[in-house]
Design a protein around this ligand. Structure first.
Ligand code: NAD
Ligand code: UDP
Length: 323
């Protein structure tokens, strides 16, 4: 595994969220100073409470749609709600978070000459005609639908990153993250893995949207964070975009049955309407990541990752019952 040579000042926007909090953990473990910036829209203090007393960790409540003046060496820009329920709650704010947030963080990077990584998404491919998705594919995104605030916001953020790179010679890193899951996902954020696990643990019906034949590829959080760290550490000739995710592809019916099997739940499957613009299939081609990120590949397969995630939600549910 690659290690950073020296301690640096790292800014993690969205650091109190699911992925951001795991990233903060790893950066602290590597000996860096971490400034976690979050407006707590979907993130929680609980995700980072174990870090609050750490001498190299600092938390700042701040909304990235406003300018930020700090001195840092590297920026991981993760601030943005990631689940459809949350990003559709205030779509204008979602676009602002991606676009104004990118402008503000790129402006900061330019001022302090920091290297900056953007957490982009497989959603830039929309409902893809190319399978698996390669980075060279430009995507098929509806510009005016209910997912567009997220998809187009992230696409525009990528544009801004590459324009700052070309125009201001900024050192950028763009990763396109495919569906990622694990402990610290928001319990009620409506994403499929958290929904199915919580429903199974509570013995409630498992909600299959549409016919359940649509597919996704699920990456465990630790594998994803490892790839982000390696990406930040690549040479300046590797700006991305690079897909990161786990190419194992499952239909939602397969996922539901796996969750039922692992939890031993008696939950039944129920059909619900398919949300608009729901992509039919998604699987990353990760050849570029394997080549550029020092032989990186996801190590945690679905069953093991689900077991760890089930254990996490089980604990959260028992705590909330006890409270
Ligand atoms: P999350 O919702 O748990 O984390 C996002 C964090 O950003 C939260 O802590 C939230 O409070 C914070 N935030 C939102 N708007 C903000 C603003 N205006 N200013 C400051 N903070 C703000 O989601 P996540 O799954 O951890 O996703 C992290 C990043 O990775 C996001 O940019 C997301 O688009 C991207 N991503 C995630 C996935 C995935 O499957 N988890 C897939 C593709 C891309
Ligand atoms: N999904 C489902 N039941 C749920 C939640 C989601 O069948 O309770 C489906 C959803 O329609 C989509 C897939 O699971 O096809 C992944 O949804 P998620 O919101 O997790 O991620 P995204 O659609 O952004 O990839």
């Amino acid at each position: 595994m690659r290690q950073y040579n020296a301690s640096k000042k790292m800014l993690v926007t969205g650091g109190a969220g699911f992925l951001g909090s795991h990233l903060c953990d790893r950066l602290i473990e590597q000996g860096h100073d971490v400034l976690c910036v979050d407006n707590f829209f979907t993130g929680t203090k609980r995700n980072i409470e174990h870090l609050l007393d750490h001498p190299r960790f600092e938390l700042m409540r701040h909304d990235v749609t406003f300018p930020l003046y700090v001195e840092v060496d590297e920026i991981f820009n993760l601030a943005c709600p990631a689940s459809p329920i949350h990003y559709q709650h205030d779509p204008v704010q979602t676009t602002k978070t991606s676009v104004h947030g990118a402008i503000n963080m790129l402006g900061l990077a330019k001022r302090v000459r920091a290297k900056i990584l953007q957490a982009s998404t497989s959603e830039v491919y929309g409902d893809p005609e190319i399978h698996p998705q390669v980075e060279a594919y430009w995507g098929r995104v509806n510009p005016i639908g209910i997912r567009s605030c997220y998809d187009e916001g992230k696409r525009c953020a990528e544009t801004l990153f590459f324009d700052y790179h070309r125009q201001h010679e900024l050192r950028i890193k763009v990763v396109r993250i495919f569906n990622t899951y694990g402990p610290r996902m928001h319990m009620n954020d409506g994403r499929v893995v958290s929904n199915f696990i919580v429903q199974a643990l509570k013995g409630e019906d498992i909600t299959i949207y549409g016919d359940g034949q649509q597919t996704r590829s699920f990456c465990y959080a630790d594998d994803l964070v490892e790839a982000m760290l390696r990406m930040m550490n690549t040479g300046d000739e590797v700006p991305g975009p690079i897909n990161i995710g786990n190419p194992g592809e499952f239909s939602m019916l397969e996922l539901a049955n796996k969750v039922i099997e692992l939890t031993g739940s008696k939950s039944k499957l129920v059909r619900m309407p398919l949300p608009a613009d729901d992509p039919k299939q998604r699987r990353p081609d990760i050849s570029l990541a394997q080549k550029e990120l020092g032989g990186w590949e996801p190590k945690t397969q679905l069953e093991e990752g689900l077991q760890k995630t089930i254990a996490y939600f089980d604990q959260i549910l028992s705590e909330s019952k006890a409270a």
